[in-house]
Write a protein that binds this ligand. Structure first.
Ligand code: ACO
Length: 430
C-alpha cells in the first residue's frame, strides 16, 4: 500500500518519523520534530541559493524547465506573445483572468492616466552624474516614489494596493525613459496619452522636435512582445526579493526598487547587457570556436546560456529569435546576429553544453533586438525591469494576501568562532 508520506529514520537516535507529503513537498517545519534531545534545535535543511526549496504556493506562472514550457495563469507564452498586449498580460497576471472588453478599457485608461511623475523627481534625476547608469537612476527613483505616496504603506487595503499597482506600472516607463534622456543629456519627453503603452514609451525615449511622435507599428508591437516575454518568471532572484521585502510590510515602491536591484546583476537581468559585451568582444564569426573553448575551460561563462530552471531551449528565446527578423526588416540587420547564431550552432552541438543541458536563455537574443531598435546596452536591464514589474507586483500581492506567509527570515548553519574574550588593541600584535 502506498501513502503520501515520507518515513525517516534518524540513525543518531534510531527513532522513525512519518512526514506527510503534499503537492510533492514536505513541510520543512516537520523536520524540527527530529531531535536528538530536549536541547536540540531540531533538524533543518541546508539549501544555498534555495535550489530545492519552495517558499510559497503560487498560482501565477507555471514553468516546466525540462519541457521548455512557460504559462502565465495557464495561458502558453507563445499564445500571449502572438495575440495579447502587454497591458492585457499585466491584468492577467495580477487578476488571474484575461480582462473583458470593459475591464480592459478601464485598466488601460487607469494606467494611461498615471504615467506622469511628480516634477520634483526630475530635480533629483538631474542630480545624477551625466554618465550615471540608467539602472541606478531607475532603482533610486522607483524607491523615491515611496516618499510621494506615504499611504502606500497600508498594504492590507485592496484599494490602496490597487492604486500603487497602477502607479508603478504606469510610471515605470516614464522613469526608465527619463533615466535614459538624462544619461545622454537630452531634455525629457513627456508621456503622450494618445499612444499605446509601448508606443508612448518609444515616444518618451526617442521624440525630438516632432509635434507628435508616431511609433513604427512593427517596433511598437516588438516592444510590447518583449515586455510580455519578460512579464513574469515565478520565483526568480528578483521576484523573491520583491516578496522578501514585501514580507516585512514595506511599501511596494521600495520593494520594487529592491527587486530591480536584484535584477541588475549579470547572472540575472544584467545578462542581456553582458551578452552584447561578449558578442562585441568576440567581434567576428571566425573567433567563435576559440571563445567557446575558453568558456569550456572555465575562463568565463557564455553569457545568455544556461538557466537555473530551463534545461531545454528557453521558450522565450525561441520567440525572440523569430521576432528579431521582423525588427531587422525595419531597422536593418545587426551584424552581431551572425556571431550569435554561430555561437548557438556550435554550443548546441558541443558535448560540454549538451551534457550540462545549457541552451540559449531569454537574454541571448533580446539584446540584439534592443540594439537594432536603438537602445544603448545600459538600457537593457531597465527594459527587463519594465517588463517584469507586473510580475513582481502580482507576486507581492499574492504574498500579502497569503495567510500562510510570514516575514522572511531564513536560518543559518553557524560555523564561526566559539565564545572568546575581547582582546585590547595593544595586545593584538602586528
Ligand atoms: N557557460 C559555461 N558553463 C556554464 C554556463 C555558461 N553560461 N552556465 C552553467 N555552466 C556550467 C557550470 O560551470 C557548471 O559546470 P560544472 O558542473 O562542470 O561545474 C554547470 O554548467 C552547472 O552550472 P550551475 O552554475 O550549477 O547552474 P545554475 O543553475 O546554478 O546557474 C545560471 C544558472 C546562473 C543562469 C548559469 O547558467 C549562468 O551563469 N549563465 C550565464 C549568465 C546568464 O545568461 N544569466 C541569465 C539567466 S536568465 C535570467 O536571469 C533572465
Amino acid at each position: 500500500m502506498t501513502t503520501d508520506s515520507l518515513t525517516v529514520t534518524d540513525n543518531r537516535t534510531g527513532r522513525s518519523y512519518e512526514v506527510p507529503i503534499a503537492d510533492g513537498a514536505i513541510n520543512a517545519m516537520a523536520l524540527r520534530e527530529i531531535r536528538t534531545g530536549d536541547d536540540d534545535f531540531g533538524l533543518v535543511t541546508y539549501d544555498p541559493g534555495l535550489k530545492n526549496t519552495a517558499s510559497c504556493r503560487s498560482s501565477i506562472t507555471y514553468i516546466d524547465g525540462d519541457a521548455g514550457i512557460l504559462r502565465y495563469r495557464g495561458y502558453p507564452i507563445e499564445q500571449l506573445a502572438e495575440h495579447a498586449s502587454f497591458l492585457e498580460v499585466a491584468y492577467l497576471l495580477l487578476n488571474g483572468e484575461l480582462p473583458t472588453a470593459d475591464e480592459h478599457d478601464a485598466w488601460v485608461h487607469d494606467i494611461t492616466h498615471h504615467t506622469f511623475i511628480h516634477e520634483n523627481i526630475k530635480k533629483f534625476i538631474d542630480g545624477f552624474h551625466h554618465d550615471a547608469h540608467p539602472m541606478g537612476i531607475l532603482v533610486s527613483t522607483v524607491a523615491a516614489l515611496s516618499t510621494f505616496y506615504p499611504e502606500s504603506k497600508g498594504t492590507k487595503e485592496s484599494e490602496t494596493r490597487d492604486l500603487q499597482i497602477v502607479r508603478l506600472i504606469a510610471k515605470f516607463p516614464t522613469l526608465a525613459a527619463f533615466a535614459f534622456r538624462h544619461s545622454i543629456g537630452m531634455r525629457f519627453a513627456y508621456p503622450d496619452n494618445d499612444l499605446s503603452f509601448s508606443g508612448n514609451f518609444l515616444n518618451m525615449m526617442w521624440r525630438t522636435t516632432e509635434l507628435k511622435y508616431e511609433p513604427h507599428p512593427v517596433l511598437e508591437r516588438a516592444m510590447d512582445i518583449l515586455l510580455i516575454l519578460h512579464a513574469d518568471h515565478e520565483q526568480n532572484c528578483s521576484t523573491t526579493t520583491m516578496r522578501t521585502i514585501g514580507s516585512s510590510q514595506a511599501d511596494p515602491y521600495v520593494a520594487a526598487a529592491g527587486a530591480a536591484s536584484a535584477l541588475y546583476g549579470p547572472l540575472h537581468g544584467g545578462a542581456n547587457e553582458a551578452v552584447l559585451r561578449m558578442l562585441d568582444e568576440i567581434g567576428d564569426v571566425s573567433r567563435v570556436p576559440d571563445y567557446i573553448a575558453r568558456a569550456k575551460n572555465g575562463d568565463f561563462r557564455l553569457m545568455g546560456f544556461g538557466h537555473r530552471v530551463y534545461k531545454n531551449y528557453d521558450p522565450r528565446a525561441k520567440i525572440i529569435r523569430k521576432l528579431a527578423y521582423d525588427v531587422f526588416e525595419v531597422t536593418g540587420t545587426n551584424p552581431l546576429l551572425d556571431i550569435a547564431l554561430e555561437l548557438e550552432r556550435i554550443a548546441l552541438e558541443d558535448e560540454y553544453f549538451v551534457s550540462r543541458r545549457l541552451y540559449p536563455n531569454v537574454d541571448f537574443y533580446s539584446g540584439i533586438i534592443y540594439q537594432a531598435m536603438g537602445f544603448p546596452v545600459s538600457m537593457f536591464p531597465v527594459l527587463f525591469a519594465m517588463g517584469r514589474i507586473p510580475g513582481w507586483l502580482a507576486h507581492w500581492q499574492e504574498n500579502v494576501l497569503d495567510a500562510e506567509q510570514a516575514i522572511v527570515r531564513p536560518l543559518q548553519l553557524f560555523v564561526g568562532a566559539d565564545e572568546r574574550d575581547y582582546v585590547p588593541m595593544a595586545q593584538r600584535g602586528a
